[in-house]
Design a binder for this molecule. Sequence first.
Ligand code: JFQ
Length: 366
Amino acid sequence: MEGGAGRGLECQKTMDGKASNGNGSEKAIPSCCLKARASAPEAEAKCHSTVVSGWFSESQSRSEKASKKVYFNNPMWPGEAHSLKVEKILYKGKSEFQEILVFESSTYGKVLVLDGIIQLSEKDECAYQEMIAHLPLCSIPSPKTVLVVGGGDGGVLREVSRHPSVEHIDICEIDKMVVDVSKKFFPQLSVGFQDPRVHLHIGDATEFLRHAPKGKYDAVIVDSSDPVGPAQELVEKPFFETIARALRPGGVLCNMAESMWLHTHLIQDMISVCRETFKGSVNYAWASVPTYPSGVIGFLLCSTEGPPVDFKNPVNSIEKLEGALKHKRELRFYNSEMHSAAFALPPFLRREVSALCHSSTSTLPR
Ligand code: JFQ
């Protein structure tokens, strides 16, 4: 986009906390410019490099030399950085894989951040965890064996365990520290680990899937972080092939699939790869999650060849499952209407992601 550099310079003027109105007098910075403040080095970043002037921003920071901090756009959402006001930093640590931060926000409750990227907030986690779990599990009759990839906070497990038909839940999370931090700070999510059907495996998901018996799972749910760094291979063909192998005929995959506002190329690539790999249905759905970049998140739903799966019309509706609506806690976001609505796609997405048009089971009218 033209003019970006010029706007950047304007922002620099606000770094001292004041802005000039051009006639020599100074005025307070409008709140919209607070975001801009976080995009440059600041002495005030005293608690954590992503927290500047009391605001967490989802841009990344990296120390070049010990004393010098360099702030830059996150490559997944260049030119923007959603901010939350921080009340208190509750935890900061570094695992073998990533930097972990937990803070109390002013308006979204506690927030979990990995490598500078928001994973969940207490206020809106329900939308993501409920949708990523129930979109696939309500699309097949009586799911019994489920694998969760990632999801170390336990929120997806909490949702999967609402399903009374489920007998066995494997979870493969690479970073044990995420599980431990969640158990300490997010008991409403980590409650998912308490279900006796859950079996936790700490390790690499591709390895885990390679050794999984062929056709073992009715459903696989990939609750990954963004595909930069360690999660990169989770959007590539070999990974999807191992999932397809581990699913039974007519088994289902639900994979986090980023934002339709920001990542149409990635969505296009994922759909193309999944269409080659999964010979049943491939559909895209989405939900509103205010703390994720652009405020929405997508889900890619795929089924293997076998009994046909109509993702848009749940055959295993949650309202009919005994005890499901209130298991551990009440559902907050998901119901059968939200399920079907999630597959309605705006025209711009249909136009930009041509892969959505190339199947009898796509969400597009033919
Ligand atoms: C929550 N259980 C995991 N997964 C969250 N940009 C991702 C976090 C980062 C987002 C996309 C979803």
